[in-house]
Design a protein around this ligand. Structure first.
Ligand code: PGA
Length: 248
């Protein structure tokens, strides 16, 4: 099976305003088109703006979270059907910031991935170890446990997701995993997926954690790295565009 097309997704986190987003997106669009698939994940209130501004471009957009529930008394939550109604392409689930600050469990993350897929929104499932876990030699065990909940919950649909390996110690710290460190974990994840689906080679495995224009190309050149999930650098049009081009 041929290798999947590279994918670069910006994760804006809790940043932006209507004016700043419009300016950022026009910079990203002006620097395109890109050979890789490109997406941006914005805070919920801006999704309608993204839908409008990106409608005639190849740049896709998504949310940074999605509810595991279909509907009901869940104040503050946004479900996958609502996202799908706008044409939302992606939903990041299980980002380490949500696991840490909102106590999201492996099973909740898996349920969110399932809820997204059920409405045609592709979940970008994040996994990754903390510095403490890496130093204790538990990286493999942690990422496998996180991915295993998703594999178990999705069954054959696992082939439809995107996985992002984001070592927690590399997020927003300027400390990037070396290409070798990242590739080693991606290879483990690929093997785990291969045990679950014959389509494992088509699943895009993104690396995230301090990806910048000057380290993106080497990371993306690794055998099992199919693109990136970009935080800080996705807020600057020139940097994000350079990273997208590095994946091309
Ligand atoms: P960073 O964030 O690129 O700012 O390290 C990546 C992420 O959290 O998705």
């Amino acid at each position: 099976m041929s290798k999947p097309k590279k994918l670069v997704v910006g994760n804006w986190k809790l940043h932006g305003s209507k004016a700043a987003n419009a300016q950022l997106l026009s910079g990203v669009l002006a620097a395109g088109p890109y050979a890789a698939d490109v997406g941006v994940c914005a805070p919920f209130p801006y999704l309608a703006d993204l839908q409008a501004q990106l409608a005639s471009s190849a740049v896709t957009w998504g949310a940074q979270d999605v509810s595991a529930h279909e509907q009901g008394a869940y104040t503050g939550e946004v479900n996958a059907a609502m996202l799908a109604e706008f044409g939302c392409r992606w939903a990041i689930v299980g980002h380490s910031e949500r696991r840490a600050y909102h106590a999201e469990s492996d099973q909740l993350v898996a349920d969110k991935a399932k809820a997204a897929l059920a409405k045609g929104v592709t979940p970008i499932v994040c996994v990754g170890e903390t510095l403490e876990q890496r130093e204790a030699g538990h990286t493999e065990e942690v990422v496998k446990r996180q991915l295993s909940a998703v594999i178990h919950t999705l069954g054959a649909c696992i082939a439809e997701i995107v996985v992002a390996y984001e070592p927690v110690w590399a997020i927003g710290t300027g400390k990037t995993a070396t290409p070798e460190q990242a590739q080693a974990v991606h290879a483990l994840l690929r093997a785990q997926l291969a045990a679950a689906t014959p389509k494992a080679s088509t699943i895009r495995l993104l690396y995230g954690g301090s990806v910048k224009p000057d380290n993106a190309a080497t990371l993306f050149a690794q055998a099992d790295i199919d693109g990136g999930l970009i935080g800080g650098a996705s807020l600057k049009a020139a940097d994000f565009a350079a990273i997208c081009r590095a994946a091309g």
